[in-house]
Ligand binder design. Structure first.
Ligand code: ZN
Length: 373
């Protein structure tokens, strides 16, 4: 390789002081795409895919995003792959999405899943480089910057050197951001800057959702909590929603063949689902009639303010019931049958028992065996 042919690659990433081109970033996009394609053959639930996005896929881009200011176009492309993988299980960008990606990136208490927004995270990582420039006087690179570019002037007020590299000029433009965030003190811990803290300040703020507790503190399986989350946003693919874009859709519920299908109806307003939920309410000592999803969710939210076993079990049951009834509804749709209500109820108790804490398990055993509360 001729010396003048930089950027060259080191540990698989291009080293460059110039602006990275989208072409140079292609290996990153390709790596993410091939990882998704290796999973595409397996059946994974939404919740399983969400977990992989948050851990494995995010991890792949972190390495690059901590070193480079990545082109926005590339980050949008990576995000579109994440989005496609979540909703379709494939890497090809798609318009299909039940909930906007922006919402998925909100905190869980604000109705999201706390997925990192890539552009903001890249800026937060860049702030760490700024911290190094202003705090790591021993580093050879930092010494060189100060001697060669800032010439003993204060980094914060030094003019942006026109002959400086693209990376340096871009970095210096972010100086004002640190002031806007409230200075280093507001984003440091253990004497170093914390990317997480910077990101927390940069991330888009959103209002808290009233149902935050039944999602955040729910020990039901992640796939059930995900279904409950979709139901809370009213984004399950029920017929009332399909009708909004497909007028040819028959609105009648698959299960009872009497009323129109909606989240409110499916959970728990018809014979089958109301029988299951009535059994749950009975063991939870709720002497109230079974109502629709909205009212039942409100009831669980009210209970979630308490911190006793019954309230924890209540919203675990709610998540597992929504998931189970949804699966039975799909069973009727695709296979033409569903399990009897009492079998579904037994499975619900089993699933909750498997996942709740030991104390809650004792309580559950007590109440399902007819014990007094
Ligand atoms: Zn029905």
């Amino acid at each position: 390789m001729v010396a003048s042919t930089i950027p060259f690659k080191y540990l698989g990433v291009p080293l460059s002081l110039k602006k990275l081109t989208t072409q140079q970033c292609k290996p990153l996009v390709n790596k993410i795409t091939s990882r998704i394609e290796s999973w595409a053959v397996r059946f994974l639930s939404y919740a399983g895919r969400l977990k992989l996005i948050k851990s494995v896929l995010f991890g792949i881009q972190t390495y690059w995003a901590q070193i480079f200011i990545l082109p926005k176009k590339i980050m949008k492309e990576i995000e579109s792959r994440f989005k496609a993988f979540l909703w379709t299980g494939k890497a090809n960008p798609t318009k299909k999405s039940l909930v906007a990606w922006k919402t998925i990136c909100f905190l869980k208490s604000c109705g999201g899943w706390n997925v990192i927004e890539l552009c903001d995270w890249n800026i937060a990582a860049i702030c760490k480089v700024l911290w190094d420039i202003t705090h790591k006087a021993d580093s050879l690179w930092v010494k060189w910057l100060h001697v060669y570019y800032f010439k003993a002037k204060d980094f914060w007020t030094a003019a942006i050197p026109q002959k400086g590299s693209w990376v340096l000029r871009k970095l210096m433009k972010y100086r004002s951001l640190i002031k806007d965030l409230g200075g280093w003190n507001s984003v440091t811990g253990n004497n170093k800057v914390q990317i997480k803290k910077v990101y927390a300040k940069l991330r888009q703020q959103a209002d808290k959702v009233p149902w935050k507790r039944i999602i955040c503190n729910n020990s039901a399986s992640l796939r059930s909590v995900f279904m409950l989350w979709l139901a809370n946003w009213n984004r399950l693919m029920t017929k009332d929603r399909i009708l909004t874009w497909n007028q040819a859709c028959d609105p009648i519920c698959f299960m009872c063949l009497q009323e129109n299908e909606s989240v409110q109806h499916l959970f728990f307003l018809f014979n089958y689902s109301s029988r299951i939920w009535a059994k749950v309410l009975k063991i939870l000592n709720c002497s109230k009639p079974v109502q629709g999803f909205k009212q039942e969710a409100d009831w669980a939210i009210k209970r979630s303010r308490r911190t006793d076993s019954i309230s924890r079990l209540h919203f675990m049951f709610l998540a597992e019931a929504v998931h189970s009834i949804w699966l039975q509804r799909n069973n009727v749709l695709f296979n033409g049958y569903c399990d009897p209500a009492h079998t579904v109820f037994k499975q619900l108790v089993y699933r909750v028992a498997c996942r709740c804490s030991n104390d809650d398990k004792k309580k559950l055993f007590w109440i399902t065996n007819g014990g007094a509360l």
